[in-house]
Design a protein around this ligand. Structure first.
Ligand SMILES: Cc1cc2nc3c(=O)[nH]c(=O)nc-3n(C[C@H](O)[C@H](O)[C@H](O)COP(=O)(O)O)c2cc1C
Length: 317
């Protein structure tokens, strides 16, 4: 998720769940072909399994970018066919690619020829006022001809004109049944559902029909929801870290990052901003967030602020 699932956020999430797959922000092919590759692709070894999401529509540039992703050690390359933003539309990629399944197939083929890791596609169920299930079925069918067998389905339309990206995550209705039907029509493919999913009960229900579930906003705003995933979905018998243990585990990481990239390049808040939601649902969560959002304290650049914030929570609770 742009501006959210950066390497610091992913590192934090990895301390909550060891096995859940993590996805990068969308990285455009332009940023990789013409920009600072290291800045866009560096990540922490601990983040595995981690997928690199690419945005683009030129098969050759996508192949180059996928190759870079594999070289940097990513575990999967995912192509964004779901982003509705104006900027992305100007670049003729993201959700508008759903209108061009043959081009997406060409892109997937070029990437698959370039790398040996999985190439997957994240898409919507339709664009604009297209309501028929056949549209997404034909899209998946065409892209599958290029060898893609994993589809992450954000189960609502993208409205390309008139809605902001935020509205595009809220207003078009969710139609989970379309994703379920995809699984029935393509039983051999891995179909992963996304959109509006928050609780374990909801995840369990989807898993009766599908192969996987992707959480976006809930994983960000309430990251500790992932604490039970290793045991529940990956058969791991070790106890999850407590919230405090997660915070403690982040301290050496933050200190090392600040030592390497601070004081001008990286600020404490660039990492801790992703952690504000870890106490969501607990009494005192607000006091925790307040302490961790205090600009004077943040300016000191001391990662122990996490523990100070957690202590405030205990006092308030
Ligand atoms: C701040 C933000 C940035 C996002 N950036 C991306 C992105 O880069 N690539 C992508 O495929 N989806 C992106 N999304 C969409 C989410 O991945 C997800 O599809 C959407 O929020 C619906 O799932 P949710 O209800 O679980 O959040 C973004 C969402 C948010 C809130």
């Amino acid at each position: 998720m742009m501006d959210w699932s950066d390497r610091h956020c992913r590192m934090f999430h990895r301390h909550i769940s060891k096995h859940t797959w993590l996805y990068t922000e969308m990285v455009t092919t332009g940023a990789l072909v013409y920009g600072d590759v290291e800045r866009h692709l560096r990540f922490n070894e601990e983040e595995h399994p981690v997928a690199l999401q690419l945005g683009g529509s030129d098969p050759a540039d996508l192949a180059t970018s996928a190759r870079l992703g594999e070289k940097w050690g990513y575990d999967e390359i995912n192509l964004n066919c779901g982003c509705p933003s104006e900027r992305v539309q100007k670049g003729a990629f993201g959700a508008c690619l759903m209108a061009e399944p043959q081009l997406v197939a060409d892109c997937v083929k070029a990437m698959r020829d370039a790398v040996s890791i999985d190439v997957t596609v994240k898409h919507r169920i339709g664009i604009d006022d297209e309501q028929s299930y056949d549209f997404v079925r034909d899209f998946v069918g065409k892209v599958a001809e290029a060898g893609c067998t994993t589809f992450i389905v954000h189960a609502r339309n993208a409205i390309l004109k008139g809605l902001s990206p935020k509205e595009n995550r809220e207003i078009p209705p969710l139609k989970y049944e379309y994703a379920y039907q995809l699984k029935r029509d393509f039983p051999d493919f891995e179909i992963i559902i996304n959109g509006g999913i928050k609780t374990e009960a909801e995840i369990d229900e989807h898993l009766k029909h599908l192969d996987g579930v992707m959480l976006g906003r809930e994983a960000y705003h309430n990251p500790y929801v992932m604490a039970s995933f290793d045991q529940r979905y990956y058969g791991d018998s070790s106890a999850p870290k407590t919230r405090e243990q997660v915070l403690e585990a982040m301290i050496p990481y933050i200190q090392a990052q600040l030592a390497q990239y601070g004081p001008l390049g990286l600020k404490l808040n660039s990492i801790t901003r992703h952690m504000l939601g870890i106490m969501t649902g607990l009494p005192g969560a607000r006091a925790f967030r307040q302490t961790l959002s205090d600009s004077k304290k943040l300016a000191l650049g001391d990662a122990q602020l996490l523990l100070e914030a957690a202590a405030r929570l205990r006092i308030t609770a």
